[in-house]
Design a protein around this ligand. Structure first.
Ligand code: AMP
Ligand code: MG
Length: 412
Protein backbone atom coordinates (compact mmCIF):
# COMPACT_ATOMS: atom_id res chain seq x y z
CA UNK A 1 0.00 0.00 0.00
CA UNK A 2 1.21 3.51 -0.90
CA UNK A 3 2.11 5.54 2.19
CA UNK A 4 -0.39 8.31 2.92
CA UNK A 5 0.74 11.88 2.31
CA UNK A 6 1.40 14.12 5.28
CA UNK A 7 -0.87 17.05 6.13
CA UNK A 8 1.89 19.47 5.11
CA UNK A 9 2.30 17.81 1.72
CA UNK A 10 -1.48 17.78 1.26
CA UNK A 11 -1.65 21.50 2.06
CA UNK A 12 1.17 22.21 -0.36
CA UNK A 13 -0.79 20.50 -3.15
CA UNK A 14 -3.99 22.30 -2.19
CA UNK A 15 -2.29 25.70 -2.29
CA UNK A 16 -0.74 24.89 -5.66
CA UNK A 17 -4.28 24.64 -7.06
CA UNK A 18 -5.92 27.53 -5.22
CA UNK A 19 -4.98 30.62 -7.19
CA UNK A 20 -6.12 34.11 -6.15
CA UNK A 21 -9.36 35.20 -7.83
CA UNK A 22 -9.42 38.11 -10.31
CA UNK A 23 -9.54 41.43 -8.39
CA UNK A 24 -12.58 43.70 -8.37
CA UNK A 25 -13.07 47.37 -7.49
CA UNK A 26 -15.45 48.29 -4.68
CA UNK A 27 -16.49 51.53 -3.01
CA UNK A 28 -14.76 52.16 0.27
CA UNK A 29 -17.93 51.56 2.30
CA UNK A 30 -18.03 47.92 1.17
CA UNK A 31 -14.44 46.73 1.60
CA UNK A 32 -14.41 45.79 5.27
CA UNK A 33 -13.45 42.09 5.42
CA UNK A 34 -11.98 42.05 1.91
CA UNK A 35 -8.31 41.67 1.08
CA UNK A 36 -6.38 44.38 -0.79
CA UNK A 37 -5.12 43.30 -4.20
CA UNK A 38 -2.88 46.34 -4.60
CA UNK A 39 -0.37 48.11 -2.40
CA UNK A 40 -2.04 51.16 -0.90
CA UNK A 41 0.24 54.07 -1.68
CA UNK A 42 -0.28 57.43 0.04
CA UNK A 43 -1.17 60.24 -2.36
CA UNK A 44 -0.59 62.77 0.39
CA UNK A 45 1.21 63.34 3.62
CA UNK A 46 -0.62 62.37 6.81
CA UNK A 47 -1.30 64.50 8.68
CA UNK A 48 -1.58 66.95 5.77
CA UNK A 49 -0.40 69.95 7.86
CA UNK A 50 1.45 70.64 11.11
CA UNK A 51 -1.12 70.55 13.89
CA UNK A 52 -1.45 70.59 17.62
CA UNK A 53 -1.63 67.37 19.64
CA UNK A 54 -2.95 69.24 22.69
CA UNK A 55 -5.39 71.90 23.74
CA UNK A 56 -3.16 74.78 24.82
CA UNK A 57 -1.21 77.76 23.51
CA UNK A 58 0.83 77.97 20.33
CA UNK A 59 3.89 80.10 20.99
CA UNK A 60 7.63 80.44 20.61
CA UNK A 61 9.42 78.14 23.04
CA UNK A 62 12.00 80.86 23.58
CA UNK A 63 9.35 83.10 25.17
CA UNK A 64 8.65 80.56 27.91
CA UNK A 65 12.17 80.04 29.15
CA UNK A 66 12.41 79.78 32.96
CA UNK A 67 8.62 80.12 33.38
CA UNK A 68 7.32 78.47 36.56
CA UNK A 69 4.27 78.74 38.83
CA UNK A 70 6.34 80.98 41.11
CA UNK A 71 7.53 83.27 38.34
CA UNK A 72 5.05 82.99 35.47
CA UNK A 73 5.56 84.71 32.15
CA UNK A 74 2.66 86.65 30.69
CA UNK A 75 1.87 86.57 26.98
CA UNK A 76 -0.89 88.36 25.05
CA UNK A 77 -3.30 86.00 23.32
CA UNK A 78 -3.81 87.15 19.72
CA UNK A 79 -6.54 84.70 18.76
CA UNK A 80 -8.07 81.26 18.98
CA UNK A 81 -7.31 78.50 16.46
CA UNK A 82 -9.96 75.80 16.33
CA UNK A 83 -9.68 72.37 14.67
CA UNK A 84 -10.89 72.74 11.11
CA UNK A 85 -9.98 76.40 11.05
CA UNK A 86 -8.63 77.63 7.75
CA UNK A 87 -7.47 80.99 9.09
CA UNK A 88 -3.76 81.41 8.75
CA UNK A 89 -2.44 82.92 11.92
CA UNK A 90 0.99 84.16 12.35
CA UNK A 91 2.58 84.49 15.77
CA UNK A 92 5.32 86.95 16.51
CA UNK A 93 7.81 86.71 19.32
CA UNK A 94 6.26 87.63 22.65
CA UNK A 95 2.75 86.57 21.63
CA UNK A 96 0.70 83.37 21.57
CA UNK A 97 -2.57 81.97 20.27
CA UNK A 98 -4.96 79.66 22.03
CA UNK A 99 -5.10 76.40 20.06
CA UNK A 100 -7.20 73.23 20.06
CA UNK A 101 -6.13 69.65 19.37
CA UNK A 102 -5.93 69.07 15.62
CA UNK A 103 -5.84 72.77 14.72
CA UNK A 104 -3.15 73.99 12.31
CA UNK A 105 -0.06 75.45 13.95
CA UNK A 106 0.16 79.21 13.26
CA UNK A 107 3.20 80.34 11.30
CA UNK A 108 5.96 81.49 13.60
CA UNK A 109 5.00 79.26 16.51
CA UNK A 110 7.38 76.41 17.29
CA UNK A 111 5.65 74.76 20.25
CA UNK A 112 2.34 74.20 21.95
CA UNK A 113 2.21 74.53 25.70
CA UNK A 114 -0.60 72.46 27.12
CA UNK A 115 -3.42 74.24 28.85
CA UNK A 116 -2.60 72.58 32.18
CA UNK A 117 0.71 74.49 32.25
CA UNK A 118 -1.00 77.87 32.03
CA UNK A 119 -3.19 80.08 34.17
CA UNK A 120 -6.11 81.37 32.12
CA UNK A 121 -7.89 83.31 34.88
CA UNK A 122 -7.14 86.75 33.42
CA UNK A 123 -7.52 85.95 29.75
CA UNK A 124 -11.08 87.24 29.44
CA UNK A 125 -10.29 90.55 31.11
CA UNK A 126 -6.73 91.28 30.07
CA UNK A 127 -6.34 89.18 26.95
CA UNK A 128 -3.20 87.72 28.50
CA UNK A 129 -2.36 84.23 29.69
CA UNK A 130 0.12 83.24 32.35
CA UNK A 131 2.73 80.69 31.32
CA UNK A 132 3.68 78.41 34.21
CA UNK A 133 6.21 76.11 32.56
CA UNK A 134 8.77 76.26 29.77
CA UNK A 135 7.88 74.70 26.41
CA UNK A 136 10.42 72.74 24.39
CA UNK A 137 10.76 73.57 20.68
CA UNK A 138 8.55 71.18 18.68
CA UNK A 139 6.61 70.13 21.75
CA UNK A 140 3.02 68.97 21.08
CA UNK A 141 3.31 69.58 17.36
CA UNK A 142 2.36 66.74 15.00
CA UNK A 143 4.40 67.42 11.91
CA UNK A 144 3.00 67.10 8.42
CA UNK A 145 3.81 63.61 7.11
CA UNK A 146 4.83 62.29 10.54
CA UNK A 147 2.28 59.46 10.30
CA UNK A 148 2.53 58.66 6.60
CA UNK A 149 4.72 60.16 3.86
CA UNK A 150 3.39 60.81 0.39
CA UNK A 151 4.45 57.98 -1.95
CA UNK A 152 4.97 55.49 0.87
CA UNK A 153 3.31 52.03 0.78
CA UNK A 154 1.03 52.27 3.77
CA UNK A 155 -0.73 48.90 3.51
CA UNK A 156 0.76 46.12 1.38
CA UNK A 157 -1.36 44.03 -0.96
CA UNK A 158 -2.64 40.82 0.58
CA UNK A 159 -3.74 42.59 3.77
CA UNK A 160 -7.21 41.98 5.18
CA UNK A 161 -9.18 45.20 5.62
CA UNK A 162 -10.03 45.36 9.30
CA UNK A 163 -10.85 48.36 11.47
CA UNK A 164 -7.47 50.10 11.27
CA UNK A 165 -7.04 49.48 7.52
CA UNK A 166 -10.58 50.66 6.79
CA UNK A 167 -9.88 53.87 8.67
CA UNK A 168 -6.51 54.33 6.98
CA UNK A 169 -8.08 53.92 3.54
CA UNK A 170 -10.50 56.69 4.49
CA UNK A 171 -7.63 58.89 5.72
CA UNK A 172 -5.94 58.37 2.37
CA UNK A 173 -9.10 59.36 0.54
CA UNK A 174 -9.40 55.97 -1.23
CA UNK A 175 -12.99 56.13 -2.42
CA UNK A 176 -12.58 53.09 -4.69
CA UNK A 177 -10.51 50.15 -3.56
CA UNK A 178 -9.20 47.18 -5.52
CA UNK A 179 -9.75 43.93 -3.62
CA UNK A 180 -10.01 40.19 -4.17
CA UNK A 181 -13.64 39.04 -4.30
CA UNK A 182 -15.17 36.77 -1.70
CA UNK A 183 -14.89 33.19 -2.93
CA UNK A 184 -18.26 31.51 -3.56
CA UNK A 185 -18.24 28.15 -1.83
CA UNK A 186 -20.56 25.42 -3.05
CA UNK A 187 -21.27 23.45 0.11
CA UNK A 188 -22.79 20.03 -0.49
CA UNK A 189 -23.85 17.98 2.50
CA UNK A 190 -24.42 14.29 1.76
CA UNK A 191 -26.14 11.62 3.82
CA UNK A 192 -29.48 9.77 3.70
CA UNK A 193 -29.62 9.84 7.49
CA UNK A 194 -29.54 13.63 7.79
CA UNK A 195 -32.50 15.83 8.54
CA UNK A 196 -32.90 19.50 9.38
CA UNK A 197 -33.88 21.24 12.56
CA UNK A 198 -37.57 21.33 11.86
CA UNK A 199 -38.01 17.57 11.22
CA UNK A 200 -39.20 15.00 13.77
CA UNK A 201 -36.37 12.48 14.10
CA UNK A 202 -37.34 9.08 12.64
CA UNK A 203 -35.48 5.83 13.35
CA UNK A 204 -31.88 6.01 12.17
CA UNK A 205 -31.93 9.72 11.49
CA UNK A 206 -29.71 12.42 12.92
CA UNK A 207 -29.67 16.13 12.49
CA UNK A 208 -27.30 17.71 10.04
CA UNK A 209 -24.71 19.78 11.90
CA UNK A 210 -21.94 19.93 9.30
CA UNK A 211 -23.89 22.35 7.11
CA UNK A 212 -23.71 24.83 9.95
CA UNK A 213 -20.16 24.30 11.18
CA UNK A 214 -18.86 24.45 7.61
CA UNK A 215 -20.95 27.46 6.71
CA UNK A 216 -19.60 29.29 9.75
CA UNK A 217 -16.00 28.34 9.04
CA UNK A 218 -16.30 29.40 5.40
CA UNK A 219 -17.91 32.71 6.29
CA UNK A 220 -15.23 33.33 8.91
CA UNK A 221 -12.74 33.02 6.05
CA UNK A 222 -14.58 35.74 4.13
CA UNK A 223 -16.37 33.37 1.74
CA UNK A 224 -20.02 33.32 0.69
CA UNK A 225 -21.72 29.96 0.94
CA UNK A 226 -24.12 28.33 -1.50
CA UNK A 227 -25.54 25.41 0.51
CA UNK A 228 -27.14 22.25 -0.88
CA UNK A 229 -28.23 18.99 0.73
CA UNK A 230 -28.21 15.75 -1.25
CA UNK A 231 -28.89 12.09 -0.53
CA UNK A 232 -26.32 9.34 -0.98
CA UNK A 233 -27.51 8.84 -4.54
CA UNK A 234 -24.59 9.11 -6.98
CA UNK A 235 -26.57 10.75 -9.78
CA UNK A 236 -28.09 13.36 -7.48
CA UNK A 237 -24.63 14.16 -6.18
CA UNK A 238 -23.22 14.37 -9.70
CA UNK A 239 -25.88 16.87 -10.74
CA UNK A 240 -25.32 18.94 -7.61
CA UNK A 241 -21.58 19.04 -8.23
CA UNK A 242 -22.00 20.04 -11.88
CA UNK A 243 -24.30 22.92 -11.01
CA UNK A 244 -21.93 24.07 -8.25
CA UNK A 245 -19.07 24.09 -10.77
CA UNK A 246 -21.02 26.64 -12.79
CA UNK A 247 -21.87 28.88 -9.86
CA UNK A 248 -18.94 28.62 -7.50
CA UNK A 249 -15.20 29.19 -7.17
CA UNK A 250 -14.63 26.24 -4.86
CA UNK A 251 -16.67 23.19 -3.82
CA UNK A 252 -16.71 21.51 -0.43
CA UNK A 253 -18.59 18.30 0.26
CA UNK A 254 -19.33 16.65 3.58
CA UNK A 255 -19.55 12.87 4.03
CA UNK A 256 -19.50 9.97 1.60
CA UNK A 257 -15.77 9.95 1.07
CA UNK A 258 -14.53 6.91 2.98
CA UNK A 259 -14.88 3.15 2.55
CA UNK A 260 -18.63 2.65 2.97
CA UNK A 261 -20.96 1.06 0.41
CA UNK A 262 -22.88 4.29 -0.15
CA UNK A 263 -19.98 6.74 -0.16
CA UNK A 264 -20.90 8.51 -3.37
CA UNK A 265 -18.39 11.39 -3.24
CA UNK A 266 -15.54 8.90 -3.37
CA UNK A 267 -16.98 7.35 -6.55
CA UNK A 268 -18.36 10.40 -8.35
CA UNK A 269 -15.73 13.12 -7.89
CA UNK A 270 -12.92 11.28 -9.74
CA UNK A 271 -15.24 10.82 -12.76
CA UNK A 272 -15.92 14.54 -13.23
CA UNK A 273 -12.74 16.13 -11.85
CA UNK A 274 -9.00 15.54 -11.67
CA UNK A 275 -8.18 13.67 -8.50
CA UNK A 276 -5.15 15.19 -6.75
CA UNK A 277 -5.09 13.06 -3.62
CA UNK A 278 -7.27 10.93 -1.40
CA UNK A 279 -6.42 10.14 2.22
CA UNK A 280 -3.96 11.94 4.45
CA UNK A 281 -1.82 10.65 7.30
CA UNK A 282 -3.75 12.56 9.93
CA UNK A 283 -6.27 12.02 12.68
CA UNK A 284 -9.04 12.90 12.52
CA UNK A 285 -9.69 13.56 8.83
CA UNK A 286 -7.89 10.71 7.12
CA UNK A 287 -10.29 10.17 4.17
CA UNK A 288 -10.03 13.76 2.84
CA UNK A 289 -10.21 13.87 -0.96
CA UNK A 290 -8.93 16.72 -3.09
CA UNK A 291 -9.61 17.20 -6.78
CA UNK A 292 -9.72 20.04 -9.29
CA UNK A 293 -12.15 20.74 -12.08
CA UNK A 294 -11.20 22.80 -15.10
CA UNK A 295 -14.29 24.83 -15.97
CA UNK A 296 -13.39 27.00 -18.95
CA UNK A 297 -10.61 29.28 -17.74
CA UNK A 298 -11.45 28.63 -14.10
CA UNK A 299 -9.85 25.93 -12.01
CA UNK A 300 -12.12 24.88 -9.18
CA UNK A 301 -10.66 23.21 -6.09
CA UNK A 302 -12.93 20.46 -4.74
CA UNK A 303 -12.65 19.18 -1.20
CA UNK A 304 -14.31 15.91 -0.24
CA UNK A 305 -14.38 16.15 3.55
CA UNK A 306 -15.36 13.26 5.82
CA UNK A 307 -18.78 13.31 7.47
CA UNK A 308 -17.79 12.95 11.08
CA UNK A 309 -18.51 16.29 12.73
CA UNK A 310 -15.03 16.72 14.18
CA UNK A 311 -13.14 15.35 11.17
CA UNK A 312 -14.94 17.73 8.89
CA UNK A 313 -13.98 20.75 11.00
CA UNK A 314 -10.36 19.74 11.46
CA UNK A 315 -10.01 19.01 7.74
CA UNK A 316 -11.61 22.33 6.84
CA UNK A 317 -9.26 24.10 9.23
CA UNK A 318 -6.18 22.38 7.83
CA UNK A 319 -6.90 22.57 4.09
CA UNK A 320 -9.96 24.55 3.05
CA UNK A 321 -9.17 27.59 5.18
CA UNK A 322 -5.68 28.08 3.70
CA UNK A 323 -7.15 27.61 0.21
CA UNK A 324 -9.90 30.18 0.81
CA UNK A 325 -7.46 32.71 2.22
CA UNK A 326 -5.02 32.23 -0.62
CA UNK A 327 -7.84 32.62 -3.16
CA UNK A 328 -8.40 36.01 -1.57
CA UNK A 329 -4.75 36.86 -2.05
CA UNK A 330 -4.00 36.81 1.65
CA UNK A 331 -0.29 36.90 2.32
CA UNK A 332 -0.78 35.48 5.81
CA UNK A 333 -3.02 32.50 6.42
CA UNK A 334 -1.19 30.60 9.14
CA UNK A 335 -2.78 30.42 12.54
CA UNK A 336 -0.94 31.65 15.59
CA UNK A 337 0.93 28.74 17.14
CA UNK A 338 1.84 28.50 20.78
CA UNK A 339 4.19 26.26 22.67
CA UNK A 340 2.07 24.62 25.33
CA UNK A 341 2.76 22.29 28.22
CA UNK A 342 0.33 19.41 27.95
CA UNK A 343 -1.53 18.65 31.17
CA UNK A 344 -2.88 15.21 30.28
CA UNK A 345 -1.34 11.95 29.12
CA UNK A 346 -2.81 10.11 26.17
CA UNK A 347 -1.96 7.64 23.44
CA UNK A 348 -1.68 8.86 19.88
CA UNK A 349 -1.84 6.92 16.64
CA UNK A 350 1.40 5.91 14.99
CA UNK A 351 2.30 7.33 11.60
CA UNK A 352 -0.44 9.97 11.54
CA UNK A 353 -0.29 13.56 12.70
CA UNK A 354 -2.95 13.98 15.33
CA UNK A 355 -4.84 17.21 15.81
CA UNK A 356 -6.13 16.83 19.34
CA UNK A 357 -8.83 19.21 20.48
CA UNK A 358 -7.49 21.17 23.38
CA UNK A 359 -8.24 24.01 25.69
CA UNK A 360 -5.19 26.25 25.76
CA UNK A 361 -4.93 28.74 28.57
CA UNK A 362 -2.35 30.99 30.12
CA UNK A 363 -1.31 30.29 33.69
CA UNK A 364 -0.56 32.96 36.30
CA UNK A 365 3.13 32.38 35.56
CA UNK A 366 2.55 33.40 31.94
CA UNK A 367 3.13 29.87 30.67
CA UNK A 368 0.60 28.35 28.25
CA UNK A 369 -0.85 24.95 29.01
CA UNK A 370 -3.23 22.65 27.15
CA UNK A 371 -5.93 20.37 28.51
CA UNK A 372 -6.79 17.55 26.19
CA UNK A 373 -10.13 15.85 26.51
CA UNK A 374 -9.64 12.11 27.00
CA UNK A 375 -12.22 10.84 24.50
CA UNK A 376 -11.21 12.35 21.18
CA UNK A 377 -13.86 10.49 19.14
CA UNK A 378 -14.21 12.13 15.74
CA UNK A 379 -17.99 11.98 16.04
CA UNK A 380 -18.03 13.99 19.25
CA UNK A 381 -18.82 17.55 18.28
CA UNK A 382 -18.78 18.44 21.98
CA UNK A 383 -14.99 18.11 21.93
CA UNK A 384 -14.99 21.06 19.50
CA UNK A 385 -17.48 23.22 21.33
CA UNK A 386 -15.09 23.47 24.27
CA UNK A 387 -11.82 23.65 22.36
CA UNK A 388 -9.91 26.76 21.38
CA UNK A 389 -6.85 25.00 19.99
CA UNK A 390 -5.64 22.00 18.03
CA UNK A 391 -2.70 20.36 19.72
CA UNK A 392 -0.38 19.02 17.02
CA UNK A 393 0.96 15.58 17.90
CA UNK A 394 3.70 14.68 15.39
CA UNK A 395 3.19 11.50 13.35
CA UNK A 396 6.00 9.58 15.03
CA UNK A 397 4.79 10.25 18.56
CA UNK A 398 2.64 7.44 19.97
CA UNK A 399 2.45 8.57 23.57
CA UNK A 400 1.97 12.06 24.95
CA UNK A 401 2.79 12.48 28.62
CA UNK A 402 1.69 15.20 30.97
CA UNK A 403 4.49 17.77 30.95
CA UNK A 404 5.40 17.31 27.29
CA UNK A 405 5.74 20.55 25.37
CA UNK A 406 4.00 20.61 21.97
CA UNK A 407 2.75 23.18 19.50
CA UNK A 408 -0.91 24.19 19.51
CA UNK A 409 -2.71 26.02 16.71
CA UNK A 410 -5.04 28.59 18.15
CA UNK A 411 -8.29 28.24 16.24
CA UNK A 412 -10.44 30.58 18.25
P1 AMP B 1 -19.74 9.49 6.28
O1 AMP B 1 -18.40 10.17 6.10
O2 AMP B 1 -20.75 9.94 5.28
O3 AMP B 1 -19.57 8.02 6.32
O4 AMP B 1 -20.26 9.93 7.69
C1 AMP B 1 -19.53 9.62 8.85
C2 AMP B 1 -20.34 9.90 10.08
O5 AMP B 1 -20.64 11.29 10.15
C3 AMP B 1 -21.67 9.19 10.11
O6 AMP B 1 -21.91 8.80 11.44
C4 AMP B 1 -22.64 10.25 9.69
O7 AMP B 1 -23.94 10.01 10.16
C5 AMP B 1 -22.04 11.49 10.26
N1 AMP B 1 -22.39 12.66 9.45
C6 AMP B 1 -22.24 12.75 8.13
N2 AMP B 1 -22.68 13.93 7.68
C7 AMP B 1 -23.10 14.63 8.77
C8 AMP B 1 -23.68 15.91 8.96
N3 AMP B 1 -23.88 16.73 7.94
N4 AMP B 1 -24.01 16.29 10.20
C9 AMP B 1 -23.79 15.46 11.24
N5 AMP B 1 -23.25 14.24 11.12
C10 AMP B 1 -22.92 13.81 9.90
MG1 MG C 1 -22.51 9.35 4.67
Amino acid sequence: MKPLISPDEARRIVLLHSAPLAPIVLPHAEVLGFTLSQDMVANDDLPPFDNSSMDGYALLADDTRDASPESPKTLPVVGIVAAGSAIEYSIEAGRCAKIMTGAPIPAGADAVLMREDTNEQDVALSGRVQILAPAKPGENIRRRGSDVRQGEIVIPRGTLVRAAQWGMLASLGSAQVEVFPRPRVGLITTGDELVGLEAMLQAGQIRDSNSWTLRAMAQNCGAVVEPRKVSDDAEELRQALLSMFEMCDIVVTSGGVSAGDFDAVRDVVPTIADLQFWKIAMKPGKPVMFATRQEGARKIPIFGLPGNPVSVMVAFEQFVRPALLQMQGRSKWKRAQLRVRVLDSFRSSDGRTEFARAVASQEESGEWTARVQSDQGSGRLSTMTNANALLVVPAAMTQVNAGDVLMAEIID
